[in-house]
Design a protein around this ligand. Sequence first.
Ligand code: AMP
Length: 224
Amino acid sequence: MNHLNLIILGPPGAGKGTQADLIARKYKIPHISTGDMFREVLKDEGSELARDLREYVEKGELVPDEIVLKMVKMRLEHDDAQSGFILDGFPRTLEQAKHLDDSLIQIGKNINLVIYLEASFNIILERLAGRRVCLHCSANYHIKYSSPKEEGVCDRCGGELYQREDDKEATIRRRVEIYLEQIEGIIGFYNQKECLLKISGDLDAGDVFKLVESQLVKSNIIGN
Ligand code: AMP
């Protein structure tokens, strides 16, 4: 198998986290979600970084590039990311995409597939407003479509489930708006590199995963 350096793009609620998790487990690469990284930092309420981040993350505004880029760079240097990774929630701006590309080139790496999940607004709203997240392990649930066995408790680790502050309707709208402002530039960038795979995020998660895998085979990124 070649290295598996992947990116998953799409609006909030398109199913990026679910796909990234499936890919990460099957191919044993880390699922690197910048949103999860920031939420981890926010748990340590007293830290200076948490104070800086809170105002952006809870309102659904973008965290300044300076902070994001530093954290992603450090994460990509870990041993577990050397033979592959899947980035979820990053890049969010054309600047971030260009910066990532430059940093990878410097170390002789590149991105081999960018999965772009599109989703309609009604679906996004329904998914996010019903989403619950484990405080401990970040596993995601949905009150209607994938509820835990016991209400409010994570099946995986027994942690407490909560609703993200930014999964409230007004903030969801703002997050989608920001996403739409930025996505064209990012898509154009990866389209030029001919590594973009567009899939409907309205599809069932299992069907999306099959399409991703068949593209990985077709592009010779993984064997049959
Ligand atoms: P997510 O879990 O991907 O929806 O991210 C949650 C929040 O974290 C976003 O609404 C932003 O405030 C922040 N965030 C995550 N990734 C990035 C990024 N690449 N650039 C800037 N802000 C980000």
